[in-house]
Design a protein around this ligand. Structure first.
Ligand code: PEP
Length: 257
């Protein structure tokens, strides 16, 4: 909305090996047209082990599909067994990296401090964070979704300079809507996405806030995306389950049709 190019990003989670990843990206590339790329930015976030294969395909065929990782280490190198660093992702020409996904917060105990350090690590290496925020069901039931989500935004952006914040992507993902089939209403999505943009304006400026893309995520499908995208502060979606079906993902990209 408002001149911002929508970003439709597929979070594959822990699905698709590198051969399946190649087949999947080829399907997307075959289906997507110049008209699609003009209207929407398309990105995929495969598992780490797929990134080299996706890079080779995208580079070789000059595809207009962006890609990135689902997480990164807060550290740039060293004795952190099993971790993947920002420099490694940058070397693979990743554009994006998801940070603070609710599954990372829940299963890997990622708190605001870690998320903040990861946002800084991403920017150090010119990766664009897709910062994931959003409340759980208990918070929603208590009506505290805005305060909760804004506190996550504040924590994640602490000490991050304006020239970096203006390039970030923020994904509002109510945890109760992720992978549950229960999508937020367009009004629910707008309430929190609008509040996030107002917070960015308070923290920095209206100009900066107007540049930042804010996505909705949580059980997005081709059947519900148009109404969500009609909201003024929603600039795209982070798509989990539905992104694993290439035809469905393409339909989501073509939400205007
Ligand atoms: C996600 O993983 O970020 C997500 C929104 O998942 P789903 O679309 O499956 O709810």
């Amino acid at each position: 909305a408002n001149g911002r190019t929508p970003l439709m990003a597929g979070n594959w989670k822990m699905n698709l090996n590198h051969l399946e990843a190649i087949a999947h990206v080829q399907k997307l590339a075959f289906a997507l047209t110049e008209k699609d790329y003009e209207a929407v930015e398309v990105a995929v976030l495969p598992p780490f082990t797929d990134l080299r294969s996706v890079q080779t395909l995208v580079d070789g065929d000059k595809l207009k599909i962006a890609y990135g990782a689902q997480d990164l280490s807060a550290h740039d190198s060293g004795a952190y067994t099993g971790e993947i660093s920002g420099p490694m992702l940058a070397k693979l020409k990743c554009t994006y990296v998801a940070i603070g996904h609710s599954e990372r917060r829940q299963y890997h105990a990622e708190d605001e401090k870690i998320v903040n350090a990861k946002v800084k690590a991403a920017f150090r290496h010119d990766l664009t964070p897709i910062l994931c925020v959003g409340e759980g069901l208990d918070v929603r039931k208590a009506g505290n979704q805005v305060a909760h989500t804004l506190a996550q935004v504040d924590g994640a952006l602490e000490g991050v300079p304006a020239e970096q914040v203006e390039r970030i992507v923020i994904a509002y993902e109510p945890v109760w809507a992720i992978g549950t089939g229960e999508v937020a209403t367009p009004e629910d999505a707008q309430e929190v996405c609008g509040a996030i943009r107002r917070r960015l304006a308070e923290l920095h400026s209206e100009e900066l806030a107007a540049k930042v893309r804010i996505q909705y995520g949580g059980s997005v499908k081709s059947g519900n995306i148009a109404a969500i995208m009609a909201q003024p502060d929603v600039d795209g979606a982070l798509i989990g389950g539905a992104a694993l079906d290439a035809d469905e993902f393409v339909k989501i990209v073509r939400f205007r049709d």
